[in-house]
Design a protein around this ligand. Structure first.
Ligand code: ADP
Ligand code: MG
Length: 243
């Protein structure tokens, strides 16, 4: 069953066409990789999905309902959550307070004053940072801060998680550990879209890969199909997509 459907998505910034008539669908339960070179429009697609940017043209449906240009608050409450490419924790707050803040965009949780301490500990435990709840993000290593960013997204109780370059800046062990967490999220029923500028880290993790190039759909298929796709190979040879 289709959970996310993007039809003809176009986003212009003045004369710059960042996303150009882009189509993509995600089935419930899938982990889909969205790859493309830097500047190809991946983060812009996520910003349009989250209602951060108003779309220039096209439609977005989530769980059968149109969400195009809905407010971020409405979109989060429908079950979409995004881990941004850049971490933005509040250093003056503890890890616990940072996570709690993110339970507030969810109307149901906000109604009761945000998540309880037990609920926050559970969100943290899903990314193994439950022992750091009283620490400040500034004292955590990069991979720990990235886990905090994921815990914040989990705290909105998403059906679908959008992860923008989640493995960037991580060593191989940290990548392997995070990929295992993403498998656990899948088992918990969370559908995921993972953006990366190369496909190496996504092999073995994702069910399907969609390739975006110059804001436009280039190819879609299993990781094996994409690795053997002539158009994608040409883009690789042109240095537009790095492996
Ligand atoms: P990617 O995430 O694939 O690296 P982006 O979606 O960040 O690419 O960017 C796609 C294009 O849109 C780039 O040319 C970028 O400079 C441009 N862009 C993204 N956000 C903005 C913005 N807020 N204002 C103007 N241009 C933007
Ligand atoms: Mg980006």
């Amino acid at each position: 069953m289709t959970l996310l459907e993007i039809d003809g998505l176009t986003k212009r910034f003045g004369g710059l066409v960042a996303v150009d008539d882009f189509d993509m669908t995600v089935e419930r339960g899938e982990i889909v990789g969205l790859i493309g070179p830097n500047g190809s429009g991946k983060s812009t697609v996520f910003n349009c999905l989250m209602g951060i940017y108003n779309v220039t043209d096209g439609q977005i449906h989530f769980d059968g309902e149109e969400i195009t240009n809905d407010s971020t608050h409405e979109i989060v409450n429908r079950g979409l959550s995004r881990v941004s490419q850049e971490s933005n924790p509040i250093d003056d707050m503890t890890v616990r307070e940072n996570i709690k803040l993110f339970t507030l965009p969810n109307s149901i949780l906000a109604f009761s004053g945000g998540a309880s301490d037990e609920e926050i500990a559970e969100y943290a435990a899903r990314v193994d940072i439950e022992d750091q709840l009283e620490e400040h993000p500034g004292s955590m290593p990069h991979a720990g801060v990235r886990r905090l960013e994921i815990a914040k997204a989990l705290a909105t109780e998403p059906e679908m998680l959008l992860l923008d370059e989640p493995f960037a800046g991580m060593n191989q062990q940290e990548i392997t550990e995070l990929a295992a967490k993403m498998e656990e999220f899948r088992e918990e029923g969370i559908t995921q879209v993972v953006v990366d500028h190369n496909m190496g880290g996504l092999m073995g993790l994702v069910d399907r890969i969609v390739v975006i190039n110059n804001g436009d759909f280039l190819a879609a298929g299993t990781p094996e199909e994409i690795a053997g796709d002539n158009d994608v190979q040409e883009a690789y040879l042109a240095g537009e997509v790095t492996q």
